[in-house]
Design a protein around this ligand. Structure first.
Ligand SMILES: NC(=O)c1ccc[n+]([C@@H]2O[C@H](COP(=O)([O-])OP(=O)(O)OC[C@H]3O[C@@H](n4cnc5c(N)ncnc54)[C@H](OP(=O)(O)O)[C@@H]3O)[C@@H](O)[C@H]2O)c1
Length: 247
């Protein structure tokens, strides 16, 4: 039986991806900053471990406690929606430490075992905003676009070791905790000169009916892991697929 370790399982895509793999008889190591046993159904195949992807000791402890794994899903992430002028450098650092360095650090931590076994899969969850730019998301988009570039280069260097790396690019998923978590980083709101512009952008976003569901992301991760012929980049969700097809 195969084992997947997923980051950021307390809610949203991570939680539903963990469920998807549990339902298909995988061993799942669901990691959370604050471990909770009530997020996922009880199962002999489930282990919940603490992991903060910005903390090197936490990464070492989680990877050691997990033991051998077959798949790593780098899902943990935070959003920030604001004009750059309304985004402090502390917030920029937090976003990059989580979305970019967190993904890179987790990948480094599991690579020795994958390389030695000449097998393993890594799936990095980025975003469809890296395919089609949107305003007020410059820092978030940069943190995720860096992971797209990282993944594409890494995929080439890991080919000789039969380790595969994929990207899953979800569209907008208003039903996860992502929006609320992003709002918590907007202490001061939009800088006044950007307020009208931001209102217009919000109104446009509400009008778009195509969205992404957690299940779309879980299925895309499943495909990345189990379909050897799938492309490196997999859009997830009706809106993300439409953006990718229009390129
Ligand atoms: N929702 C969207 O519209 C959307 C669209 C495209 C891409 N994405 C990406 O998809 C991924 C999942 O998002 P989601 O929509 O499922 O959002 P979510 O419900 O907010 O889930 C994000 C998860 O990441 C965890 N996390 C945050 N910082 C962490 C850290 N330092 N260490 C470990 N875990 C951490 C959160 O844990 P806590 O509970 O401890 O905060 C939570 O479990 C993210 O990478 C996000 O950027 C989301």
């Amino acid at each position: 039986m195969k084992t997947v370790l997923i980051t950021g399982c307390s809610s949203g895509f991570g939680r539903d991806t963990a469920r998807h793999f549990l339902d298909r008889d995988w061993n799942v190591i669901a990691t959370m900053r604050t471990p909770r046993e009530d997020v996922l159904p009880r199962s002999a195949q489930l282990r919940v471990l603490p992991l903060d992807v910005t903390d090197p000791q936490s990464i070492t402890d989680a990877v050691d406690a997990a033991g051998p794994i077959d798949v790593l899903v780098n899902n943990a992430g935070i959003g920030v929606l604001n004009a750059l002028e309304g985004t402090t450098m502390d917030i920029v650092r937090t976003v990059f430490e989580t979305n970019t360095q967190g993904t890179i650090a987790m990948t480094r931590a599991v690579l020795p075992q994958f390389r030695e076994r000449r097998a393993g899969r890594i799936v990095n969850v980025t975003s469809s905003v890296t395919l089609k730019p949107l305003p007020l998301l410059s820092v978030y988009t940069a943190s995720k676009a860096a992971i797209n570039a990282f993944t594409e280069s890494l995929a080439l260097e890991l080919q000789p070791f039969h380790v595969r790396v994929n990207l899953v690019l979800p569209g907008r998923a208003p039903h996860t905790a992502f929006g609320d978590n992003a709002r918590s980083l907007m202490h001061e709101g939009f800088p006044p000169p950007y307020a009208d512009f931001a209102q217009r952008i919000f109104a446009q976003l509400q009008q778009s009916s195509a969205i992404t569901l957690s299940q779309d992301v879980a299925e895309a991760v499943w495909r990345a892991v189990n379909d050897p012929s799938c492309p490196l980049r997999i859009p997830a969700g009706a809106d993300a697929v439409a953006v990718a097809e229009a390129l």
